[in-house]
Write a protein that binds this ligand. Structure first.
Ligand code: NAD
Length: 476
């Protein structure tokens, strides 16, 4: 069962899955049914660009249809290949089950370096890829709903939504065919930063449990904790920014494609991000030590390590040198199965990807519901809520007058209490609740079973159990 040699991403996911099912009592055959990827569609399509036909390869994998629609992002990267897409689709199945988002697992990928193409070219490529998937119902509000992933974002999602609407002119639910859209094109407040926000909420929940912190040899709060983050893209940037600005963590290291920045006093995350946008990299950013060998900074001393770029960055080769006592997998699959074993033996606590980065799919679920219900969250009840609060405040003020002004509310209480929740607040509250509840379901297994010694196995157990229950209910 253990990984003696370095495994591919998909082999790692399978090994981790096998490790968990060995502790379960699934009916014969069901284990295999849950593990395998149902289907992968490969498409090669041409787009006439720069005076010639350019051929692109894309994939859409469906791992499990125990619930529909199936859900999962579309990755734009040159490294995309079938095995990777299938591993990511499997993780989506388990992730959705763990956070109780009612979807099966899917994932897509396009072999492309988005930085090589201008906006107009990318739009043509995206629309053509979407066309190929839509005409086979592989993008569909009831069957398969993509979202952003590495290399893609709300701009690509809005092109996909528009392409679907053009091809399905009478589908009233057309907008629900994809999530992660811009707010003005059917998106939801808080989706762009949702995965990073989820990483923050996951860490906050971890830090609410002193026994869990003790497993990693940590104590106190997030304030002043030294954090190293790899990948300052959508997920890494938002996670690092929120942890720094709202929880007082020190971002001591940022690892990017062109090296790493290190500053024991803490880095200004927003300033680094602006620098990357302007200079196409972190090199020569002032106010920090620049290290050309970025990956080596993964091994620096810190309290929390956040790999938020890509898979397979912590391997059997560097795992023995990792000093962080706590790793939160913001990226999918950053730790290989072999490295996972080494880190477990060292006592490192790993908050696993299927939980840590589930904030994205959670808010995607809210967006999909919003699209299907055709109404913004909070629109019906916000003012009514405010009116009821107004009643209480008026009554308190009347009592105060009766007491002759001896008692008074704190200065900003009235304004804060009176305000009804808007969409962003509701999204954050739903995300926070989801991250807390899912963490608790994992830790119950982690601490409740003697044969479970890590959060990843606990997460798999919870997720697989739910998927199996769904298959049993269907009678398949
Ligand atoms: P992104 O494209 O916005 O950002 C990725 C960042 O990593 C970029 O800044 C890039 O320059 C950097 N990077 C790439 N290769 C690197 C390397 N070798 N070393 C250091 N940095 C490198 O992607 P993202 O959406 O932030 O996704 C990052 C990870 O999070 C992926 O594993 C993705 O599957 C996962 N994820 C994303 C979402 C989402 O909502 N976007 C949701 C769940 C999981």
């Amino acid at each position: 069962m253990s990984a003696k040699k370095e495994t591919s991403f998909r082999e790692s996911v399978d090994l981790m899955f096998n490790r968990a099912v060995a502790l379960m009592d699934l009916p014969p055959g069901l284990e295999e049914k849950i593990r395998v990827c149902n289907s992968t569609y490969t498409v090669r399509f041409g787009v006439r660009l720069r005076g010639q036909m350019q051929t692109f390869t894309g994939y859409r994998s469906v791992h499990s249809e125990h619930m529909e629609p199936v859900k999962g992002g579309i990755r734009y990267a040159l490294s995309v290949h079938q095995d990777e897409v299938e591993a990511l689709a499997a993780l989506m199945t388990y992730k959705c089950a763990l956070v109780e988002a009612p979807f099966g697992g899917s994932k897509g990928g396009l072999c492309i370096d988005p930085r090589e193409w201008d906006d107009h070219e990318l739009e043509l490529i995206t629309r053509r890829f979407a066309y190929e998937l839509i005409k086979r119902d592989m993008i569909h509000p009831a069957q398969n709903v993509p979202a952003p992933d590495m290399g893609s974002g709300e701009r690509e999602m809005s092109w996909i939504a528009d392409q679907y609407a053009r091809m399905n002119t009478t589908d009233i639910n057309a907008k629900a065919c994809v999530t992660g859209k811009p707010v003005n094109a059917g998106g939801i407040q808080g989706r762009t930063e949702a995965t990073g926000r989820g990483v923050q909420y996951a860490l906050r929940e971890f830090f609410r449990h002193p026994e869990d912190m003790a497993e990693a040899g940590l104590e106190g709060t997030l304030k002043g904790k030294r954090v190293i983050v790899q990948g300052l893209g959508n997920v890494g940037f938002h996670a690092a920014k929120f942890l720094r600005d709202e929880d007082g963590a020190l971002i001591t290291g940022i690892i990017e494609r062109d090296g790493a920045l290190f500053n024991p006093e803490g880095l200004d995350v927003e300033a680094v991000r602006d620098w990357i946008v302007k200079h196409d990299g972190i090199t020569s950013y002032p106010a920090a030590i620049h290290r050309a060998d970025g990956a080596a900074v993964l091994e620096e001393d810190c309290d929390i390590l956040i790999p938020a770029a890509l898979e397979g960055v912590i391997t059997m080769a560097n795992a023995p040198r990792i000093k962080a006592p706590l790793i939160i997998e913001a990226a999918n699959g950053p730790v290989t199965a072999g490295a996972d074993e080494i880190l477990r033996d060292k006592g490192v606590v790993i908050i696993p990807d299927m939980y840590a980065n589930a904030g994205g799919v959670t808010v995607s679920y809210f967006e999909w519901v919003k699209n299907l219900s055709h109404i913004r969250f909070g629109r019906m009840q916000r003012r009514q809520e405010e009116a009821r609060h107004e009643l209480i405040v008026a009554e308190l003020e009347r009592l105060d007058r009766y007491l002759g002004g001896a008692w008074s509310m704190s200065p900003d209480f009235k304004a804060r209490y009176l305000r009804g929740a808007d969409e962003l607040e509701l999204v954050r509250s739903g995300l926070d609740d989801t991250m807390r509840t899912a963490y608790q379901s994992m830790r119950e297994v982690w601490h409740g079973r003697e044969d479970v010694t890590d959060l990843r196995t606990a997460a798999y157990l919870v997720a697989i159990d739910r998927v199996a229950a769904s298959y049993r209910a269907k009678g398949i």
